[in-house]
Design a protein around this ligand. Structure first.
Ligand SMILES: [Zn+2]
Length: 303
């Protein structure tokens, strides 16, 4: 099944005419993951016909208002919907307390369970794993602790190479075992290592969400061969000084990360509201990494 990414907000710091604050919804075969939840995210979910109630986890990169203020409204709505399904929120330490006190002060009662998972900025960490995928948090560089996220599909089954199967008359009952990673042993006792006689059934899908961050040289290596990298590109080259002082990236730096990662595709967003047309940010990035797209609210990507 293809994964779907829906861009819900692509502005930085302030809402702009056509852009709301950071939020993206990733739909995989069994999950609906929300990345960041800027103010107004629930309106955007509605506006772009996203399945609001199916969101099972929310990943918050950092505790700046433009990335988190939407969560209180969303939780209040869930309580009115009488949501039953558990919700997991990945955030930096201290956020659970904030959420609980806001909900209490606003008399919001939730019947569903909210599970908080604290992020840790010590290094790359596996924060979620199931049969389908793994999610890692990756520390980035900003004025407050921030983690990017890397979602990686697990490829569980392998395919037996056709030429090998033909040559060695592999009995039927062996196929399942080989697909699950076992070596093949023929009648003479010769062992054929699994990696030599199989191919991955399909390539594992990978998605990375990196915002807000200054350019961290080498960070691309943490998300090697990612299919889709979303990276903030708050500024253009002419405002490189602002990128340095405000600890954000230029679109060119976002492209450098994509190139380091050997990414298939780069999406840029989190644009400064000083730019009404962001085409030039895309052009500046394309000089370093060709397959770059400047996102807009409501944009969808299947991969
Ligand atoms: Zn931001």
């Amino acid at each position: 099944m293809k994964w779907n990414l829906k861009i819900l907000g692509s502005s930085s710091a302030l809402p702009a005419d056509n852009r709301m604050l950071s939020a993206q919804l990733l739909t995989t075969s069994s999950h609906h993951f929300l990345f960041d939840c800027g103010e107004g995210t629930q309106f955007q979910l509605r506006r772009f016909k996203a399945p609001v109630n199916k969101i099972d986890s929310i990943f918050l990169t950092h505790l700046h208002g433009d990335h988190i203020f939407g969560i209180f409204g969303l939780l209040s709505t869930y309580s009115l919907y009488r949501r039953q399904k558990r919700l997991t929120i990945y955030a930096h330490p201290g956020f659970a307390r904030v959420v609980k006190s806001v909900l209490r002060a606003a008399s919001v009662r939730t019947v569903f369970r909210i599970k908080f998972v604290n992020l840790n900025c010590d290094g790359k960490r596996l924060i979620f794993e199931d049969d389908e995928l793994e999610v890692y948090s990756i520390p980035l560089e900003h004025s407050v602790p921030v983690c990017g996220f890397f979602v990686k599909e697990k490829v569980l089954l392998r395919n037996v190479r056709k030429d090998f199967a033909r040559e060695h008359y592999i009995p039927f009952y062996w196929f399942d075992k080989i697909k699950r990673g076992e070596d093949f042993v023929d009648e003479d006792g010769t062992v054929y290592p699994n990696e030599e006689i199989t191919l991955p059934e399909k390539e594992a899908k990978k998605f990375a969400y990196f915002t807000d961050t200054f350019y961290v040289p080498g960070i691309g290596k943490e998300i090697e061969n990612v299919d889709v990298l979303y990276h903030e590109a708050t500024f253009g080259l002419e405002h490189s000084d602002d990128a340095v002082s405000k600890l954000h990236s230029t679109s060119r730096q976002a492209a450098m990360v994509a190139r380091e990662a050997n990414a298939k595709r780069l999406l840029i967003g989190h644009f400064s509201t000083r730019y009404t047309d962001v085409k030039f940010l895309e052009e500046e990035a394309k000089k370093v990494f060709k397959n770059t797209t400047a996102v807009y609210d409501g944009m969808e990507i299947d991969f």
